[in-house]
Ligand binder design. Structure first.
Ligand code: ATP
Length: 266
């Protein structure tokens, strides 16, 4: 079983039931072990990505509160050399960021060739938040989709491989996770009162995500919808998609400088 990119509207499956894999038979015997193996594959390929220096890999993670963005980063990249990896989290824009175009703070965090960049939230918040709170008109929304597609095309044409994951949780699973944050004192710090407000806007978020998936899943920067109620399944599917994308790049170590041939070290 593999995640498929969103290629048309019929691929946008974000009903509550889609947050779980229907046919468990299609999963490996131990999903946790399979996820760890894919993580190790990413670590091996990251070494090669770094040496090769032709491409950067940018992973965009989006999802509702408690959909597991932090957990995915922790698990999927656990074996990766930290020197080759940068995580950027995007919260409410600062005063300075608001004085710039919405892609300004994003572009400066795009990874250099040889590096993996992970975005915990992203420029897609600039569609989600104003849409959910009814603060964006149709023309501006259409412009933003186009600007995002142009920006992502530009990145890809300049050596960035871009994979976008929407972690899809059901309302029941979100409730369980938010309750855990309230009850477990080691998780209290993760609870924001604003999360409840966002939860009340469930349908508006679904509509906003639907618009994003429909308008910005492109051949060059595809969206993948991840059934994320089960954490091991989520990690396995995301890790596998990333490892396969790195594999497809046909990465290689640079050829050695001819000057080093025949050198002996005394
Ligand atoms: P998370 O919920 O992602 O685990 P957190 O609770 O620690 O993180 P922050 O990372 O400080 O919170 O900020 C996340 C919040 O910032 C989210 O509510 C998100 O919607 C909001 N946010 C991010 N980007 C924007 C944006 N461009 N415009 C408005 N709000 C934004």
């Amino acid at each position: 079983m593999k995640l498929k990119p969103v290629q048309s509207e019929k691929d946008i499956k974000i009903a509550d039931a889609d947050a779980r894999v229907r046919h468990r038979k299609r999963l490996p015997h131990s999903v946790k072990t399979a996820a760890e193996k894919e993580g190790d594959r990413i670590a091996q390929l990251q070494r090669l990505l770094y040496a090769d220096r032709r491409y950067a890999l940018l992973i965009v993670l989006q999802g509702r509160d408690a959909s597991g963005k932090d957990g995915t980063i922790r698990k999927v990249f656990t074996s990766v050399n930290p020197q080759g990896c940068e995580v950027s989290s995007f919260g409410v824009p600062t005063e300075l960021e608001q004085r710039h175009d919405f892609l300004w703070r994003i572009h400066i965090r795009v990874p250099a060739r040889g590096m993996i960049g992970i975005f915990n939230r992203s420029h897609y918040e600039d569609i989600l938040v104003p849409r959910v709170h009814d603060q964006i008109d149709k023309d501006t929304l259409r412009d933003r989709y186009r600007q995002i597609n142009d920006f992502e095309r530009y990145l890809v044409e300049n050596g960035t491989v871009l994979l976008k994951f929407m972690l899809h949780v059901s309302p029941d699973e979100q409730r369980t996770r938010l309750e855990e944050r309230l009850l477990d004192e080691t998780k209290n710090w993760k609870f924001r009162v604003g999360d409840l407000d966002d939860r009340r806007h469930w349908d508006e978020f679904s509509k906003a995500y639907h618009g994003i998936l429909k308008n910005t899943s492109t051949e060059y920067a595809p969206w993948y919808i991840v059934p994320a109620d089960d954490k091991d399944v989520r990690d396995w599917l995301v890790a596998r998609t990333i490892a396969d994308a790195l594999d497809d790049l046909d990465l290689r170590y640079p050829t050695a400088d001819p000057a080093i041939k025949g050198i002996t070290i005394e």
